[in-house]
Design a protein around this ligand. Structure first.
Ligand SMILES: *Cc1c(COP(=O)(O)O)cnc(C)c1O
Length: 487
């Protein structure tokens, strides 16, 4: 390669002929060129154009400093230093590539957990992605009223859709559901009390605990009942002149089973109406469908929460709604209005890209097409038989190629909705169990994760299991490729 020959000449030009390991020490130190001199070399000039001068300069400095330390410590010298210097451009190129590569990469989620928070929850439909791109790459009418030629409102773009889905109710959009709860508490109970069942508060815990976010709202959490039992009378007794809000929370992360009792939303809502205290339902999942048809029993919809009398309901955009990260608030216009007008709303507002995605996703719901058009809901409602058919096709495809030496079998199992929805509701699925005479389960799982398109599998009872429910159809060839590469 002429380029690297000329590079090594530049370097050896400053090197006394016949420098050997014995002459290490001060000679080798003198051989080390200055950073700016190295940067003059053609290959590094080109690297700077490709990757930016700052990054390339930093890398050269880093490498020369390391070499200088090694020479001083007697770890290297003479010819070894020269060869290091000759290899510098190639090293810079490799490192610059590695250090600027995206770390947020698409993966194949073969875990069977549909709304996996680690993998970004709901996958968006292609038409939403196109709308997001369209509004991102040009100026838009985000807050502009074209007809009047004057300032408009960003939420106005969703007015007609919300009116279709939730007639007579007002809505508000914030950054996520945690923000929706924060905003509600701040609006109705800052410096006052919010009554919430101990049993329900515990259920929205987690590593970043929502109860802690709630305390930041300035509201005093008035916890009533015990972890397993809260009766209507407990709510009633807690109501006083300082009460600003009653909060009900949909049990999401786990369910307390056995000797339990919770006052129902219908009862609590009636109490709130009698005592003129707003009742907020943190519905969480944003489910708009009747999921009992699909064997998911404990996931009442947003419509049901409103029908049962909740004044305001809040939920996530990226769980069972099947859309982007957002917090959606729907309810009584006289209560949503002060939430919109709360100055916190400015800090919690979402961008045009989110509005574009929400518009597309809500339109699919309004058209009754959510189950067929939204990936998250397609996965949720996919039958076990359809998954088994896909699993067989995958196995046949891999068996026909170099992956024929792998052992692939279909075994029954359960997929999970995830994202804190319907905790104990496993969805029957057909898993592909992957085994190899050569590799352990751990090794297979690791190799799949290291593939060009990483495949995330689960290991259960020493077996690597793939659930095609959460694998996008267009990812199937890449998955087959990852399996073939194990053989
Ligand atoms: C998921 C969830 C939240 C948090 O929602 P984010 O959109 O993740 O902020 C709050 N409450 C309940 C009941 C949930 O299920």
């Amino acid at each position: 390669m002429p380029a690297s020959r000329s590079a090594s000449k530049t370097v050896s030009g400053r090197t006394p002929r016949g420098a050997t390991a014995r002459q290490a020490g001060s000679t080798a130190l003198r051989v080390l060129p200055q950073v700016h001199a190295v940067l003059e070399r053609d290959e590094l000039r080109q690297a700077a154009e490709r990757h930016g001068r700052a990054l390339v300069t930093g890398l050269v400095r880093e490498r020369l400093d390391a070499l200088r330390r090694d020479v001083r410590a007697g770890r290297t010298g003479g010819a070894a230093v020269e060869s290091e210097l000759a290899g510098l451009p190639a090293w810079v190129e490799r490192e610059a590539g590695a250090r600027t590569a995206s770390t947020m990469r698409p993966v194949i989620n073969a875990t069977g957990v549909i709304l996996h928070t680690n993998f970004g929850r709901a996958v968006l439909p292609e038409n939403a992605v196109l709308r997001m791109t369209e509004v991102a790459r040009a100026y838009t009418t985000l807050e502009y009223d074209l007809a009047g030629g004057q300032r408009g409102s960003r939420s106005s773009h969703l007015d007609r859709l919300f009116a279709l889905l939730f007639p007579g109710r007002a809505f508000h959009i914030v950054n996520n559901n945690a923000a929706a709860v924060l905003l509600a508490l701040n609006t109705f109970a800052e410096g006052r009390e919010v009554i919430v069942s101990r049993g329900e508060l515990v259920e929205i815990g987690g590593s970043f605990r929502i109860p802690d976010v709630m305390r930041k709202s300035g509201a005093v959490l008035r916890e009533v009942g015990t972890t397993n039992k809260t009766r209507l009378a407990d709510f009633e007794r807690a109501i006083g002149p300082r009460t600003g809000l009653i909060l009900k929370v949909h049990p999401s992360n786990y369910r307390i089973v056995g000797f339990t009792a919770q006052a129902t939303l219908r009862e609590v809502a009636a109490l709130g109406r009698r005592r003129k205290i707003p009742v907020l339902m943190d519905q969480g999942s944003g489910n708009l469908l009747d999921l009992t048809r699909y064997g998911i029993r404990n996931e009442p919809s947003v419509f049901e929460a409103l029908e049962q009398g909740a004044d305001v309901v809040c939920f996530s955009g990226d769980k069972m709604l099947g859309g982007p990260q957002a917090g959606l608030i729907v309810g009584r216009p006289d209560l949503v209005k002060p939430m919109r007008e709360n100055s916190l709303s400015r800090a919690l507002r979402v961008d045009k890209v989110t509005y574009a995605a929400l518009e597309t996703v809500l339109l699919e719901h309004a058209r009754g097409a959510a189950e067929s058009r939204l990936p998250a809901l397609r996965m949720l409602t996919m039958t076990r038989q359809a998954i088994e058919d896909r699993a067989r096709r995958l196995i046949d495809q891999v068996a026909a190629g170099p992956g024929g030496t792998l052992s692939l079998a279909i075994v029954p199992g359960l997929s999970l909705p995830g994202g804190g929805s319907a905790p104990e509701e496993g969805l029957p699925t057909a898993l592909v169990a992957v085994a190899s005479g050569r590799l352990s389960a751990r090794a297979i799982e690791k190799r799949l994760r290291a593939h060009a398109t990483p495949v995330i599998a689960r290991i259960e009872e020493g077996k690597v299991l793939l659930d095609l429910r959460t694998v996008l159809e267009e990812q199937e060839p890449a998955l087959a490729g990852a399996l073939a590469s194990l053989a």
